[in-house]
Ligand binder design. Structure first.
Ligand SMILES: [Cu+2]
Length: 190
């Protein structure tokens, strides 16, 4: 066996490792098609409970910025709909927020009455879904047979307001990157 074969295997393993990391950072549209609103009273608790969030997932708030905004708040302020001391504020109408820690992430709309009307969401990331700090490089055979697990390797977090339009809901960005990585690996192995 020459060095070339070993190198090709190494490159393929690297591609798979990157693929696993990219594929597990999901992008979710808050409220799905309804977006971030009080119109139609979307049930954001139901929405959040229908997902399984992981560290480094991205939630996108889409709304009319004349009528809404997004405030990250403490648990107490979330409960009381207190918008007076937010931890962070977004107001572009299309805001991508990276969930970079485990635990609960509390958001509400700061416009008068909106939080009380239900425009608030508690996005919880279970501790067990924390990203591993350093994943050891797997054997090529093991890598080929294993599925990406819930944990993501740390990906650089985009700026909250960076290129929101480039982030559609779902995993299509990850899928696109995954596809190009797979063709790269195939080309190297050919
Ligand atoms: Cu609002």
């Amino acid at each position: 066996m020459g060095g070339g074969a070993a190198r090709r295997v190494a490159v393929a393993a690297l591609a798979l490792a990157v693929l696993a990391g990219v594929a597990s950072a999901a992008v979710y549209e808050v409220g799905d098609k309804a977006g971030w609103t009080v119109m139609g009273n979307p049930d954001y608790r139901l929405w959040a409970n229908s997902k399984k969030f992981h560290v480094n997932d991205v939630v996108v708030f889409t709304y009319n910025k004349q009528f809404h905004n997004v405030l990250a708040v403490s648990k107490a302020d979330y409960k009381n709909c207190n918008a007076s001391k937010p931890i962070a504020t977004w107001s572009t109408g299309n805001d991508s927020v990276v969930l970079n820690t485990t635990g609960s992430h509390y958001f509400l709309c700061g416009f008068p009455g909106h939080c009380a009307a239900g425009q608030k969401v508690d996005i919880h990331i279970a501790a067990s879904s924390a990203a591993p700090s350093a994943a050891p490089a797997p054997e090529p055979s093991a890598a080929a047979g294993s599925k990406p697990s819930g944990g993501a390797t740390a990906a650089p977090a985009p700026h909250p307001n960076a290129a929101p339009k480039a982030l559609p809901a779902g995993r299509s960005v990850a899928a696109t990157v995954a596809a190009s990585l797979l063709s790269l690996a195939a080309a190297v192995l050919a």
